[in-house]
Design a protein around this ligand. Sequence first.
Ligand code: BTN
Length: 260
Amino acid sequence: MDSVSEYIFNALKDLTAVEVIHLKEVDSTNDLALEVAKASDLLMTVVLADSQQQGRGRRGRQWLSPEGNLYLSIAFKPRVHIRLLCLSLITLMAGVAVVEAVDRLYGYRLDLKWPNDIMIENKKLGGVLTESRLSPEKPPIFVIGIGLNITDMDFPEELRGSATTLSSYIRPEMISRDDLAIEIVRAVFRGYKLLINTDTKKIITSWIEKNSTLTKTVRIEQDGSTIEGLAEAIDQSGRLIVKTKEGQRLTVESGSLFYC
Ligand code: BTN
């Protein structure tokens, strides 16, 4: 165990059986967390990396992962039955956890854009990528991957207007990536307990309280189709209800959302 994983492990050991891995470089923290969790008996595996070679975003996109930011994955291997098909709800829960953690540590209020974006003043600060292993013979595993831009970075042209970093809003010397990771894992664990107690209402209520999507006119691009309308509500599985101009209500499971 290096000093970073020891620091994080010590701060989390009251929670539950947890393994903490910190690496300077990894392909993707999500992949490593899944691999470790497969071979583990522990409920929670936490993987933190200084940089990623093949960081993944949603919909097969690349996630820029230079040194200086937070790349964190938390794998859960629950022993109890949990409605794992609700990956969207887990993603909302993780977004809420990040907002809570930043608020607790720095008193700065982020907000959430459906389905997985972590925003600050209309710009994307980070995102959540939830993945799972579901197999009839083996215990289910789900992995929550969180990327949060902290340090100043040279964004490619196409992201310059829409992406940002925490150090543009909070003095960089105030920000501790490791403390952020600890607070996020704690908040995710609180959310996990709500999930296993099927207290999904609380998750939805917290997400609604922190979201910036509802009541806006949105366009959602899915593979091959586009939906436009008013983002009216979130259902109990974390799906977005969109009311189209024609008055039809559509339930949207996933997609890339833009404000119109
Ligand atoms: C998105 O907004 O598209 C989701 C981004 C998720 C990025 C994180 S960084 C840690 C974890 N490992 C990955 O490869 N992806 C997630």
